[in-house]
Design a protein around this ligand. Sequence first.
Ligand SMILES: Nc1ncnc2c1ncn2[C@@H]1O[C@H](COP(=O)(O)OP(=O)(O)OP(=O)(O)O)[C@@H](O)[C@H]1O
Length: 235
Amino acid sequence: MGDVLRVRGVRVVRAGRAILDGIDLHLAAGERLGLAGPNGSGKTTLLKVLALLLTPTEGEREVFGVPVSRTVPTELRRRMAVVFQDPPLLTGSVLANIYLPLRIRGLGRNKAREEAYAWLERFGLEVFAGRSARSLSGGERARLALARALALRPEVLFLDEPFAAVDVTSRAPLKATLREILRDQGTSLLLISHDYRDLEDLTERTVVLVRGRVLAAGPTATLRREHPLVRELFP
Ligand SMILES: Nc1ncnc2c1ncn2[C@@H]1O[C@H](COP(=O)(O)OP(=O)(O)OP(=O)(O)O)[C@@H](O)[C@H]1O
């Protein structure tokens, strides 16, 4: 299988400073990749470049085998989903947060409702279906954002610190659910996390950024053991 994402020589300059500098990276179909590094190392910026939300100052991007320039076709964006740490939710009900995006994608009323409920159940949110999404706790919001992103069946899922608001005991089952869905749907993942445990649980390969450059890359399971500088960052 080919790469779903490939970037070469990505450079992003802001306020006269290169916040990404010469990044080469690829993500294979169905691969789960971690992105780690200290605060300000450029992780979120790189995620935005890869998710076609930000045009780099320099560099080439290829998405699903298609070279991407400044204007990004909507069809390409629709094959991806992004969840940030504090995801914006719709003001309506919890159910509507999944139902409406499915309707917009063209599903009929009954089918959209049925699928939306199934996704809520999968993430343990069915009891909240009729409640206002704004009334959810931080951890519940995080689960809803994941359910909503996956309901759209993206080929690539980008997650930026998705478990930050999720308590430690809820994390393991949530990660297990996520792993199962990614496997079933054959979805590729790019995960940013400060918790190496999350990277070990969910990714096969990790890229470590420091000051906008790749410090190290390799199998998540062995990278820390084999790279003293990575071990320093993730003791
Ligand atoms: N629009 C901008 N203008 C100026 N500087 C920016 C801009 N966007 C990001 N930066 C800077 O670029 C650097 C990288 O930011 P980025 O958010 O990508 O880092 P990060 O690795 O995701 O950090 P964290 O772990 O803290 O979330 C930071 O120093 C940030 O302040």
